[in-house]
Design a protein around this ligand. Structure first.
Ligand code: CO
Length: 295
């Protein structure tokens, strides 16, 4: 007499499945699933640099079709400068609240930051705070920034090799400009240097705000008798830092400093967000977040 009760158990199970996945009028807990993507960048006030973010969005739309894409800028300063000129960008909290109000139940949040530093930490705390609010988004998954594991560093070092200037000669150096931070995650920059040197001893990375310092690279370039150096931003957008601190005419720009050492500097104003090789790595992280969201 075991079979009938078993069949009954199975049908109750399917009945439960039916009701738990269908809209149940008047009960918020059984809302139909609505899935979306929130892309979070530091942001930029430089209009030409924004094309990098537009290109990322179009690659996200191509790789993950059918999912609505929302944006937030994590920098309050960038948002307020843009607001002064009449362009509104949401903070992460506002974007998630907006998505909740629009009925999203499942959201994959993808960081477009480079390292898991202060911006990413703030993003993670906001995501945690915005998860599970009454009538809010049920499930939020956060995708890692560009660099967050050994595999990321290997893949990113290779992406850098794949996007070096085509005209570079065998004795020409390449110097990447990372942002740098007081946050302990700054160690990803000297970490990346280790991986780069395994592939090419003349590819360097230094940061605007922390170690490795441009003066360290300067000494190495002199000791190796390098004559030409390509300067490239290692940030999603070629914004203010790339245009001024890296390539600008001011005395303390990297171009001015290295030119005064007798080097020929060739700045390349293209952010990592404008290069498919890097965007693919961010999108791999988004893919993982979306997979976790489906569970
Ligand atoms: Co900055």
């Amino acid at each position: 007499m075991k079979t009938p009760s078993c069949v009954c158990g199975v049908s109750i199970f399917f009945l439960f499945l039916f009701f738990s996945t269908h809209a149940w009028a008047g009960h918020d807990t059984a809302r139909p699933a609505k899935k979306g993507i929130l892309l979070v960048a530091f942001g930029t006030t430089v209009p030409e640099a924004k094309t990098a973010l537009d290109q990322i969005e179009s690659q996200v739309a191509t790789r993950f079709p059918g999912l609505p894409i929302y944006w937030a800028y994590s920098s309050r300063q960038v948002r307020s400068t843009l607001a002064d000129s009449g362009t509104h960008y949401d903070s992460v909290a506002t974007a998630l609240a907006r998505m909740a109000d629009e009925g999203f139940t499942h959201v994959a949040v993808q960081s477009l930051h480079t390292i898991p530093g202060a911006e990413f930490q703030g993003l993670r705390e906001t995501v945690t705070a915005m998860t599970g609010l009454p009538k809010g988004i049920k499930h939020i998954e956060l995708g890692q920034p560009l660099l967050s594991s050994h595999e990321d560093l290997v893949a990113c070092a290779q992406a850098i090799m794949d996007t070096l200037p085509e005209k570079r000669g065998p004795k020409d150096a390449v110097l990447l400009m990372g942002h740098g931070t007081h946050h302990p995650a700054n160690v990803y920059y000297p970490g990346l240097q280790y991986y780069l040197w395994q592939l090419d001893p003349l590819v360097f990375i230094a940061t605007v705000e922390s170690a490795p310092f441009v003066d360290d690279v300067r000494r190495t370039l002199q000791s190796r008798k390098v004559q030409t150096v390509y300067l490239m931003p290692f940030m999603a957008v070629a914004g203010d830092h790339a245009r001024n601190d890296m390539a600008g005419p001011e005395e303390d720009s990297w171009t001015s400093i290295l030119t005064s050492d007798g080097l020929t500097c060739i700045p390349v104003l293209r952010g990592t967000g404008e290069r498919e090789a890097f965007v693919r790595l961010w999108l791999d992280h988004l893919h993982i977040a979306l997979e976790r969201l489906a569970q």
